[in-house]
Design a binder for this molecule. Structure first.
Ligand SMILES: Nc1nc2c(ncn2[C@@H]2O[C@H](COP(=O)(O)OP(=O)(O)OP(=O)(O)O)[C@@H](O)[C@H]2O)c(=O)[nH]1
Ligand SMILES: Nc1nc2c(ncn2[C@@H]2O[C@H](COP(=O)(O)OP(=O)(O)OP(=O)(O)O)[C@@H](O)[C@H]2O)c(=O)[nH]1
Length: 463
């Protein structure tokens, strides 16, 4: 389970700069399909063998500090609820502001890890500025320069110290894990209730992996299913105002833990940018996915073409999820709710598929012969051999003499050939190209932190 880390702080302290520095060059494991809407406020980061999701809460208002105050406070409060760790970024150049003290006071009251980072410390002389911040009563400050990278490495060491290691995979039973995601009001709670309320279903709630998170476990036939992160949904109280960004955190969190995402769309409203963004996250996370066009009971379908119209728009806007089946449902009337599970089973079967190396290479050879790759700077591209390195989703590695020379469209062609050869039309499929003798460079050069800083950093006590 990847921890979620939120960067909060006053405007202009450098949140975006720090965010970019930390997330900048991620390992190219996720293929970059054009057309995926990427929200710049969320990013995947990796530090050594620790992975986490970083959230930049900045950049959503303009004006002076006074106008901001309620906003920022709300940001922080929401971050506290939704994130696993919080970075309060302070401005080492601008100095202390009354808000800083305010935010620190809020952070003090919670028992989630908070890291106090003083930015814009661009030279050793400036470390003096730190003493002002210590006067706020913080035990440990991390001086950094987000712009130049100083201090970031040792900060990340501390930040990630308690995070789980990447290949420490969530313990997986043979249950199929389902996440229900979608924009506010799409009908997520109603859908979960409709699914869990089905006759003959014995549902038990079990603790999820994070605090407060509750999953619902049930059996259908001889299959076990887990609806992830259903906490509070079945007995939903009053809906509190949530910042849009943070309702996305919820989605991210459950997408992180699912095999198949049910992406709920309010078909009565139509396909919106927000729907596409949620779909983009499901794609990024490599989930299996099914689009549920909900509230079908409200849709004007007198010409019988409503589904066609919506599907066309969806396929256009969310091209990257072209493998996700689409079906119309009504959580309210129960219409076609029983269609969901057979689809989930189908998607999951493909999502968890294993292809033997022999079969795979046969298919690759055929594809390579049928359409040869174009030359790379006059040299022939050689594909040595391919193998499946993981499942959920099916992920293949092909060793190539010049991975960088393989055109994106050719990589896509190969993926499509694999899909066709093994009937993998309803799952994401990844094909990674690796140099036969590859190196894996670190994304941040750790040596950029002057050694002297590490020693000098005042660490009175660990939180
Ligand atoms: N000297 C110096 N300037 C920095 C550093 N990091 C960021 N800045 C500058 O500070 C300004 C604000 O940076 P942003 O990253 O946009 O700040 P932000 O907190 O995301 O701002 P909002 O989006 O308004 O919340 C920019 O002009 C940056 O170039 C740093 O380490 N040193
Ligand atoms: N007519 C109709 N209304 C529906 C359907 N599904 C949900 N609704 C209504 O849509 C509204 C929102 O449904 P919720 O299930 O609360 O949506 P949600 O996605 O959980 O909403 P948030 O908690 O705001 O994210 C409620 O008034 C539901 O009764 C449906 O299939 N048909």
């Amino acid at each position: 389970m990847k921890p979620i880390v939120a960067i909060v702080g006053r405007p202009n302290v450098g949140k975006s700069t720090l965010f970019n520095r930390i997330t900048r060059s991620r390992d190219a494991i996720v293929d970059d399909l054009p057309g995926v809407t990427r929200d710049r406020n969320f990013g995947d980061a990796r530090w050594d063998d620790k992975a986490f999701t970083l959230v930049d809460t900045g950049g959503f208002a303009e004006g002076d500090d006074d106008a901001f105050a309620p906003h920022i406070r709300q940001q922080v409060e929401q971050a506290i609820i939704d994130a696993d760790a919080i970075i309060l970024l302070l401005d080492g150049k601008g100095g202390i502001s009354p808000f800083d003290a305010d935010l620190i006071a809020i952070l003090r009251t919670v028992d989630k890890p908070a890291f106090y980072v003083v930015n814009k410390i661009d030279g050793e002389g400036q470390e003096k500025a730190l003493s002002d911040f210590y006067s706020l009563g913080i035990d440990t400050l991390f001086p950094v320069s987000a712009e130049h990278g100083y201090g970031v490495a040792s900060f990340l060491d501390e930040l990630t110290a308690g995070f789980p290691e990447m290949d420490a995979k969530e313990e997986r039973s043979d249950a199929i894990r389902i996440a229900v995601v979608g924009k506010p009001n799409a009908g997520k709670s109603s859908m979960i209730n409709a699914i869990l309320g089905e006759d003959r279903l014995v549902v038990s709630e079990v603790a999820g992996t994070t605090r407060d998170s509750i999953d619902s476990v049930f059996h259908r036939g001889d299959r076990k299913y887990v609806l992830v992160d259903t906490a509070g949904i079945r007995r939903k109280g009053k809906v509190s105002f949530r910042l849009e960004k943070f309702s996305i955190i919820k989605a991210l969190r459950s997408l992180e833990r699912c095999d198949v995402a049910l992406i709920i769309i309010d078909a009565d409203v139509g396909i919106s940018d927000q729907d596409v963004r949620v779909a983009g996250y499901a794609y990024d996370r490599g989930c299996g996915a099914i689009f549920l066009l909900n509230k079908w009971d409200l849709v004007d379908n007198r010409d019988g073409k409503a589904l066609k119209r919506l599907t066309e728009k969806l396929r256009m806007d969310a091209k990257f999820l072209s493998f996700a089946p689409v079906t119309t449902v009504s959580a309210k009337t129960g219409q076609r709710i029983q269609r969901i599970f057979p689809l989930v089973d189908q998607v999951y079967a493909q999502y968890a598929a294993r292809i033997t190396t022999g079969q795979l290479n046969k298919a690759m050879d055929k594809a390579l012969t049928r359409t040869e790759p174009s030359l790379h700077k006059g040299t022939r591209l050689k594909f040595y051999y391919a193998t499946q390195v993981s499942t959920r989703p099916p992920t293949f590695v092909s060793f190539v003499n010049f991975p960088g020379g393989v055109h994106f469209s050719y990589q896509r062609y190969l993926i499509n050939q694999i899909r066709e050869a093994f009937s993998l039309d309803k799952t994401p499929v990844r094909l990674l190209l690796r140099q036969r003798t590859g190196k894996n460079p670190d994304f941040l050069n750790k040596k950029r932190t002057p050694a002297s800083w590490k020693k000098k950093r005042r660490t009175k006590s660990k939180r």
